[in-house]
Design a protein around this ligand. Structure first.
Ligand code: BGP
Length: 456
């Protein structure tokens, strides 16, 4: 039996824009997703937009019972900035009542809410001014963060500022998967820098409002593995980890941007605009914990034709198609649970053994209805996926990594950006043709047993 530490968090993660629905009613203003869907619905898989999503806005009470039924003792969700502060200044009282009741309901069912502030849902009023490209976004975010801490700090002890900051940067400014869908490496770096400073200012506000609480940052972690031991391939691994891991992890935990990253950006004329007080802000506002979302590793090799100055990250590290990789046939992503052990040991050795947790890990499956038998999705593949990852996580904890929980993506099937409802991840299936009715999958039963036994 692999036993986990006492009080280990067995949870799931979800986000406001992907699960609440009611995205343009009940006082909420438009995020970039609402705007993009209104103007370009054809970009979204099956024309599924952000408007309805999984209707937790109406079904949260029953959902809190469902959380308890599958043994969850925590849930990470987010607040929608555009619901709480529709114009960035004025508090929407209905949103306050909703979130307070939702968090209280979780607590009543033995589920600790862990609350995140930004999950790719930039308010449209701010995007019209320039979004994260402008420094003003830092103050706007800090105001929103402070308001949320004041309104919900009595119910929520653990907070996070951003989910996967690299994703809105890359997808919005390099890969065209998020609005404004432009390709501009220099702007991407500026957007990244303002996101980092916004995170830091939110941590500062947190210390003032909730000195006893804990605040962290959630990063998507895709550790790089080099094609070979050659100097060039090893260099590609270093650069990938610098841009994709250390860019946010180092400042969040150690209080400074890595010197090697500053040099690299300078060499490629990508240095962002900064302000003199930023260094001190970073130094003084490090986090209490880190959340790591792990799905798949990154296989890299020296870029074949490096462009100078770099126009895309691929000019700095090349993608390597590892022939031996095991693939999730239902989503196309590599499955490599060993990497979870590697990042856990990295947290121990390189990040002061700071408390951290797996804030997302899960297996997406397209057309999952094909696995329905006797009214239940028989998702044995998902159970195997979790078990394999947990075995490596357990090994790292035995070796001293300071991991306090495991959250799967996700609780109920949810809407996912341009992918709509294509990839299903939940413990509960959501029926889109029947008012988002939920039905338990086999993995939910397995998770309950796991949580009850605190191991497997
Ligand atoms: C993570 C995001 C989630 C969710 C998940 C699954 O990176 O934090 O918001 O979207 O990925 O992704 P997908 O639905 O594209 O398979």
């Amino acid at each position: 039996m692999k036993k986990f530490p006492n009080n280990f968090l067995w949870g799931a993660a979800i986000s406001a824009p992907q699960s609440e629905g009611h995205s343009l009613t009940n006082g909420k203003s438009a995020s970039t997703w609402d705007y993009w869907y209104q103007t370009n619905p054809e970009k979204f898989n099956d024309n599924q937009g952000p408007t309805d999503t999984s209707n937790m806005y109406e079904q949260y009470k029953e959902d809190c019972q469902r959380m308890q039924e599958i043994g969850l003792n925590s849930l990470r969700t987010s607040i929608a900035w555009t619901r709480l502060l529709p114009d960035g200044q004025t508090v929407n009282d209905e949103a306050v009542a909703f979130y307070r009741d939702y968090f209280q309901e979780m607590i009543n069912h033995g589920v600790e809410p862990i609350v995140n502030l930004f999950h790719f849902d930039m308010p449209m009023w701010l995007m019209e001014k320039g979004g994260w490209e402008i420094r003003e976004s830092v103050d706007a975010f800090a105001f929103y963060a402070k308001t949320a801490f004041e309104l919900f700090g009595d119910l929520v002890e653990k907070w996070t500022t951003f989910n996967e900051p690299l994703v809105h940067i890359e997808c919005g400014y390099l890969f065209e998967f998020h609005y404004p869908a432009i390709v501009d490496f220099k702007k991407a770096v500026q957007v990244g820098y303002h996101t980092l400073i916004a995170h830091t200012c939110a941590v500062k506000a947190f210390r003032e409002v909730l000195p006893k609480g804990q605040i962290g940052l959630i990063l998507n972690i895709s550790p790089a593995y080099a094609r070979s031991e050659s100097l060039e391939d090893k260099k590609a691994k270093e650069v990938s980890d610098l841009l994709n891991t250390r860019s946010f992890l180092d400042p969040a935990v150690h209080g400074e941007v890595p010197a090697a990253l500053i040099t690299l950006l300078k060499e490629h004329n990508l240095t962002p605009m900064t302000q003199t007080e930023d260094k001190q802000l970073l130094r003084e506002n490090t986090v209490d914990f880190i959340g790591l979302n792990y799905y798949q590793p990154r296989r890299v090799q020296a870029p074949e034709n490096p462009a100078f100055p770099a126009k895309m990250p691929s000019d700095l590290y090349g993608h390597y198609d590892w022939p031996e990789k095991k693939i999730n046939p239902y989503r196309g992503w590599e499955i490599y649970p060993e990497a979870l052990y590697d990042v856990a040991i990295m947290m121990k050795n390189e990040y002061n053994n700071l408390p951290w947790y797996v804030s997302e890990n899960g297996m997406g499956v397209a057309e999952e209805e094909r696995f329905m038998e006797n009214g239940m999705i028989q998702d044995d593949y998902r159970i195997e996926f979790m078990q394999d990852h947990l075995a490596y996580l357990h090994k790292s904890i035995v070796e001293g990594s300071n991991c306090f929980g495991y959250h799967t993506w996700t609780f109920v099937d949810c809407w996912s950006w341009l992918n709509g409802y294509r990839n299903r991840y939940g413990f509960y299936r959501v029926d889109l043709d029947n008012n988002f009715a939920r039905s338990l999958k086999k993995s939910g039963l397995w998770y309950k047993e796991l949580a009850e036994n605190n191991g497997f």
